[in-house]
Write a protein that binds this ligand. Sequence first.
Ligand code: SF4
Ligand code: SF4
Length: 207
Amino acid sequence: MSERAFFIDYSRCIGCEACVQACGECDTHRGVSMIHLETIRRSESVQTAPQVCMHCEDPICARVCPADAIKKTPDGVVQSSLKPRCIGCSNCVVSCPFGVPKYEAEIDQMMKCDMCYDRSSVGKKPMCATVCPSGALTFATMEEIQRTRRGIPINSWKFGKEEVKTKVFVMVPRKIERVDIDLVQITSTPSPLQDDPYDVALMLEES
Ligand code: SF4
Ligand code: SF4
């Protein structure tokens, strides 16, 4: 693995869907796009936010898999499910705090972003990062990011009481060190919070 890392900057996304198209062209996904392009408070804003697998340090998707179908490489990339093992139970789909894995009914298997491992493991950019015209998805060194961006990269999250560290970084305003998500508030409060559980709208306002 190269010293380059993956960075998401939601504030730069222009919703062009180039990443969605490019992801679908990756040979390892068999024509299926694995990136999610989310909308943020759709009734109030045209802002979109791309979501790739965050490649958690201790991936809950792999922990809950009863078939041991999700493997993490020594360099920290959490792979999509292994076909001979996956039983299509969708435990991973419901457990992922970032809503990443998809159950593909046609093949009865979970598929998800693997950071285009055939490319990123040899230092090449994942497909989405090669086409993103605005730098919302970037595969670069930490030094390049710190030199060229206003915000800071973070990879610390807290979902309720569960702390999660990820291999993928998200650009946030300088005063934020960790994104805390109040799960009780999300499940008990009507929208707009439900539309934007990570409060990306607030990050965008402050960036
Ligand atoms: S973001 Fe979701 S799918 Fe990706 S490693 Fe973490 S738990 Fe697994
Ligand atoms: S759907 Fe497949 S990869 Fe996901 S938990 Fe079930 S067996 Fe594992």
